[in-house]
Design a protein around this ligand. Structure first.
Ligand code: GLY
Length: 373
């Protein structure tokens, strides 16, 4: 099997979806800026969208897909356009996160081709970060930054590759997909370890391309497995397989996901780092679970021999998130509680807009498989 019939889904899915749409409508009435992190009853916001503006526009576009409400469509268009200046942002690799869930999702749902130009420009800007010697995308900092900025790659970049594949399909220019495929092979070689855990960061000499070391920024250590990074890897490799048909990428997504399944706690929501020595007395990252749930549902459509396993695991994560991590009954404006942005920076146990987005995305994969998210 590759897809379940939406009418046979357990009732918590429609309850969770109704609650999520309600929260999105409420947030729409109160937000002036892009939400990122929810704590003490309010969102911490940015006016330019930080790396998470696409997750807010993504929630709006999914709300439109579920309701057909023209007021929500209007709002999704307005918030999407607010990200337009970021198409020229040369200081970050996160242009995939920003443009895929705003301009590309808007284009997919409305057919409006005026969304395309900014997404193509964002891909051209992202392509400037590709280091051909080291075969990686520079993650953070300006293009002319310090050697350590110019030589730093992170696992999260796997999520920024779909914009490049789409741009090649749209423009016919092969270089974007070639860079994406090269980056994915570099991640396999440099971030992924023999046990299928991943490092958050890898450092290279930016001028010779020589690999220096595995490191971390948001995980516990250079040798640990940061749970959100592992989820980004599963998701990114599944999408690379969908775009290329290269079985190496499907094999990677399968093994990276299997690593999680072996290490998830009984309630299927990971601690912030799989290797924390304080487990079970440490904080969770509900966003890692929602990303992994959505990625597992994608994998169920691709790894058809194991589709039932991926579907079952995703349902267990979603049910646990809904029953034990949902915000209902609190005054928090997010959908899910107990995310961890970065424990090393003392930022933990709060709501995260991307945790909310991938939760709703997973619910949408189940209820609207025809969207092929
Ligand atoms: N991409 C940044 C993060 O996952 O926190």
């Amino acid at each position: 099997m590759s897809q379940k019939n939406p009418s046979s889904l357990p009732s918590f899915i429609s309850d969770a979806l109704a609650y999520s749409l309600d929260m999105t409508r409420q947030n729409l009435t109160s937000l002036d800026n892009f939400p990122e992190l929810a704590k003490d009853g309010k969102w911490l916001c940015s006016d330019d969208g930080f790396w998470t503006g696409g997750h807010w526009t993504g929630l709006l576009w999914l709300a439109y897909a579920h309701t057909g409400d023209s007021t929500i469509e209007h709002a999704a268009r307005k918030w999407t356009r607010r990200l337009t200046p970021r198409q020229h942002d040369t200081t970050t690799h996160d242009l995939g996160f920003l443009f895929e869930l705003s301009f590309l999702l808007g284009h997919k749902l409305t057919g409006d081709s005026s969304f395309k130009a900014s997404a193509i420009q964002a891909a051209r800007t992202l392509a400037l970060r590709f280091n051909p010697k080291g075969k990686f995308f520079q993650a953070w900092g300006p293009l002319n930054g310090t050697p350590s900025e110019r030589g730093r790659a992170i696992i999260d970049t796997m999520m920024n590759l779909d914009l490049l594949f789409w741009t090649t399909q749209e423009t016919g220019e092969k270089k974007f997909a070639e860079m994406a495929i090269t980056q994915a092979h570099t991640v396999l070689q440099r971030h992924v370890r023999s046990d299928w855990s991943t490092s958050h960061v890898t450092d290279f000499d930016p001028d010779t391309g020589e690999f220096i070391q595995q490191e971390t920024a948001q995980g516990l250590s250079a040798t640990s497995c940061w749970s959100r990074g592992q989820a980004w890897a599963v998701y990114g490799f599944a999408k690379c397989y969908r775009e290329t048909g290269n079985a190496t990428f499907l094999d990677a997504a399968h093994h990276l996901a299997e690593y999680c399944l072996h290490r998830l706690p009984p309630d299927r929501v990971p601690y912030w780092d799989y290797d924390s020595p304080f487990i079970p007395d440490d904080v969770r990252d509900s966003s890692a679970a929602s990303i992994l749930a959505s990625a597992s549902l994608l994998l169920a459509t691709l790894d058809t021999a194991n589709a039932d396993c991926w579907h079952t695991e995703a349902m267990a994560m979603l049910e646990s998130l809904w029953n034990s991590y949902g915000s209902r009954g609190t005054n928090e404006p997010c959908i899910l509680l107990h995310g961890t942005r970065s424990k090393p920076e003392d930022s933990m146990d709060h709501g995260l807009i991307y945790g909310d987005y991938y939760f709703v995305e997973a619910l949408t994969r189940l209820t609207k498989p025809e969207l092929r998210l």
